[in-house]
Design a protein around this ligand. Structure first.
Ligand code: SAM
Length: 283
C-alpha cells in the first residue's frame, strides 16, 4: 500500500498539472522534498495507531510522507478546495488511509476527527499557527503529540526557558502543559516558494496532567498581562488584571521588581492560581 503512495507522480508535476500556484494569503509554502517530509513524519512518534491529524496538507508532500511511514489513518483539514483532487489521488493510492475535510482548521474540533492516540502533524500556515496551537493546548488531554512547523522565531518562543530573550507567553503556556522540543531548523530554500524567514519543527508532547496546578484561562490572563509589557516590573505589568497586584505578588512569594522574562513556569502557575482565588474573594 505504502508503495503505491511512493509511486505517485512527483509533487512538482502534480502542482503544475492542477495549477496549484501558491497563495500568500493561505500561507502556502510547500515542502516538495519527500526525504525531508519523511524526516519530519518520523519525528511524530508511532503513527501506526490511532489518528494523525494534518492541518493544511496542500499538495500533500507531508501527507505522502506520513502514509509512507505507515500512518494507519490520516485526517487532513485543508482550506483550499484546489487541493481536493490531489488529495483524493493520494487517498486512493493509500488504500483509503487518508480522509480530507475542506474547511478552516481554526473552527474544527480536532478531537472529533478520529480515535486516540491523536497526533497532529503539520507544516502550519504561519498566519494562524499561534491561535491553532493555543486552541490545541486547551484540548491537550485528548492529544498525544503535536509535531509542527512554525516560523523559527515562533518555534524559539515555544521552547524558550526563563532568561532567554525568546521567553514568552507561548513558552509558559506550552511548557506548563507539554514537554517541548526543537526538532530541526529549515532554511527558506527548503520551501516552494521560499518564505522570507527560517522555519523550525517543534514537537509538543502533552503531559498527563499540567506540570503545575492552575487553570489555563488564568495562566493565559496572567501571562498576557505580564508579557504584554515584558520590560516592566511585574508590579506594574500585572495591574491590568484588576486585583490587588501587591497582595498577589506578595502571596506568590516573588520579588516585585521581577520581570516576566525571569519568572519560571511554576511561578506563573502560582500567580494564576492566586489570581483565581483573589477574584473569587472579590465577588
Ligand atoms: N503541508 C503542505 C506542505 O508542507 O507542503 C502545505 C503547507 S502550507 C505552509 C500551509 C497549508 O495550510 C496550505 O495548503 C494552506 O492552503 C493551508 N491553510 C491555510 N490556512 C488554513 C486554515 N485556516 N485551515 C486549514 N488549512 C489552511
Amino acid at each position: 500500500m505504502s508503495d503505491s503512495v511512493a509511486n505517485l507522480p512527483p509533487l512538482r508535476e502534480i502542482i503544475a498539472e492542477h495549477g496549484l500556484n501558491a497563495q500568500k494569503k493561505l500561507g502556502q509554502n510547500f515542502l516538495l522534498d519527500l526525504n525531508l517530509t519523511c524526516k519530519i513524519a518520523r519525528r511524530a512518534g508511532d503513527i501506526r495507531h490511532g489518528t494523525v491529524i494534518e492541518v493544511g496538507p496542500g499538495p500533500g508532500g507531508l501527507t505522502r510522507a506520513l502514509l509512507m511511514e505507515g500512518a494507519a489513518n490520516v485526517v487532513a483539514i485543508e482550506k483550499d478546495p484546489r487541493c481536493r483532487p490531489i488529495l483524493d489521488q493520494i487517498s486512493a493510492a493509500s488504500g483509503g488511509r487518508l480522509t480530507m475535510f475542506e474547511g478552516d482548521a481554526l473552527t474544527v474540533d480536532v478531537t472529533k476527527l478520529g480515535d486516540a492516540p491523536r497526533r497532529i502533524v503539520a507544516n502550519l500556515p504561519y498566519n494562524v499557527a499561534t491561535p491553532l496551537l493555543v486552541g490545541w493546548l486547551k484540548q491537550a488531554s485528548e492529544i498525544t503529540s503535536m509535531t509542527l512547523m512554525f516560523q523559527k522565531e515562533v518555534a524559539e518562543r515555544i521552547v524558550a526557558v526563563p532568561g532567554d530573550s525568546a521567553y514568552s507567553r507561548l513558552a509558559v503556556l506550552a511548557n506548563w502543559r507539554c514537554d517541548t522540543k526543537m526538532e530541526m531548523v529549515l532554511p527558506p530554500r527548503a520551501f516552494t516558494p521560499p518564505p522570507k524567514v527560517e522555519s523550525a519543527v517543534v514537537t509538543l508532547r502533552p503531559l498527563e496532567t499540567p506540570r503545575f496546578d492552575c487553570m489555563l484561562e488564568d495562566l493565559e490572563a496572567v501571562t498576557a498581562a505580564a508579557f504584554g509589557q515584558r520590560r516592566k516590573m511585574l508590579r506594574r505589568s500585572l495591574k491590568g488584571l484588576g486585583v490587588d497586584t501587591d497582595a498577589l505578588i506578595d502571596a506568590a512569594g516573588i520579588t516585585a521588581t521581577d520581570r516576566a522574562e525571569n519568572l519560571s513556569v511554576e511561578e506563573f502557575a502560582t500567580i494564576a492560581k492566586l489570581y483565581r482565588e483573589m477574584r473569587k474573594d472579590q465577588s
